[in-house]
Design a protein around this ligand. Structure first.
Ligand SMILES: [Zn+2]
Length: 321
């Protein structure tokens, strides 16, 4: 707050972060564009006028960059995230604006299809949705215990010991859905640890070493090393964030909250300033959804594509109308 104390400093810092000395036209890619008197830039080749925020998450924003930077700092420094109501009070914007800002910031955390997990990988699924016993009798649904997905949304997660997490919302937890995801992200020949669920017995046939613990028999660790406590720890933290900070999240936006928590986990070794600086460089990257879309061609990551397609269509409707 001391450093970014006025809008010009924010713009200058962001432009330096984005281009250094060499301003590049976001429209045609021409280098060394000239600066205009009003602080914007003009391309010498295609005559396109642009600012330092063109094509980034701050594109066409009515909110000051000071507010954005503060919101980014709060999101990156708080372990359990910040709610839109908190941003509303801290940045003095409306709650609707704060909610929108937070989702834009969350889009910086999107997981990539290229993450590779290897070594020892723990995997597990969790189900998010209210407990039936806590609901009013008129709102209860029969037969939703355990792995039922009638009222709950399944999330599948994998964590490499001492490494990164990959987690995503899935339509169901059948082998046909989960196995392609495993082959996409976990390197062949890795050792996998899971609970006793039937679907995981397919892992051996798919080229993985597989060991499991039997949770239903109250067995949580086998031979000192075989357990799924890493991924269980991630779920525990994810649940705390949803219950204590966000209280309630819609199914449609769930993947973004997962992405946010995965990002926190994967950058857990970074200091607050390192993480803030990483977010800054992500924000300075141009948002080219068309590029992202061509990346995914595997069925297993269909949901990533769906989610990005949705973002892309929203973005297109807003900017290309
Ligand atoms: Zn140009």
């Amino acid at each position: 707050m001391n450093y970014f104390n006025n809008e010009d400093i924010c713009k200058q810092a962001f432009a330096e972060y984005r281009w250094g000395d060499d301003v590049v036209c976001p429209h045609c890619g021409q280098h060394h564009c000239s600066k205009r008197k009003d602080g914007r830039y003009r391309c010498n080749k295609c005559k396109y006028n642009f600012s330092c925020t063109t094509g980034t998450i701050f594109h066409n924003t009515k909110v000051s960059l000071q507010c954005w930077f503060m919101a980014m700092y709060l999101v990156s420094s708080h372990k359990k995230g910040v709610s839109s109501l908190q941003i509303m009070r801290d940045c003095e914007v409306t709650q609707k604006t704060a909610w929108f800002m937070l989702h834009k910031i969350r889009s910086l955390f999107a997981q990539t299809d290229s993450t590779a997990l290897n070594g020892t990988v723990e995997m597990d699924e969790m189900y998010l949705g209210g407990r039936e016993t806590n609901k009013h009798e008129s709102k209860r649904t029969e037969g939703t215990q355990g792995r039922s997905t009638k009222t709950k949304t399944p999330i599948f997660g994998m964590v490499a010991r001492g490494g990164n997490v990959v987690a995503m919302k899935v339509s169901d937890t059948k082998g046909a859905t989960l196995m392609p995801i495993v082959s996409q992200f976990v390197e062949n020949g890795s050792t996998t640890y899971t609970d006793e669920a039937n679907i995981y017995h397919q892992l051996t046939g798919n080229g993985y070493n597989h060991q499991y613990v039997n949770h239903s028999q109250r067995e949580y660790v086998r031979a000192k090393d075989i357990h799924t406590n890493g991924i269980e720890g991630f779920w525990a933290h994810f649940k705390r964030v949803i219950f204590s900070t966000y209280h309630c999240v819609s199914k449609d936006y769930l993947q973004r909250y997962i992405d946010e928590q995965v990002y926190r986990w994967n950058t857990r070794e970074m200091s607050i300033s390192e993480r803030y600086s990483d977010m800054f460089s992500r924000a300075a990257g141009v948002f080219d959804y068309t590029d992202v879309l061509s990346l995914s061609s595997v069925v297993s990551i269909a949901h990533f594509r769906e989610y990005r397609l949705m973002c892309y269509q929203l973005w297109k409707a807003r900017h290309c109308a």
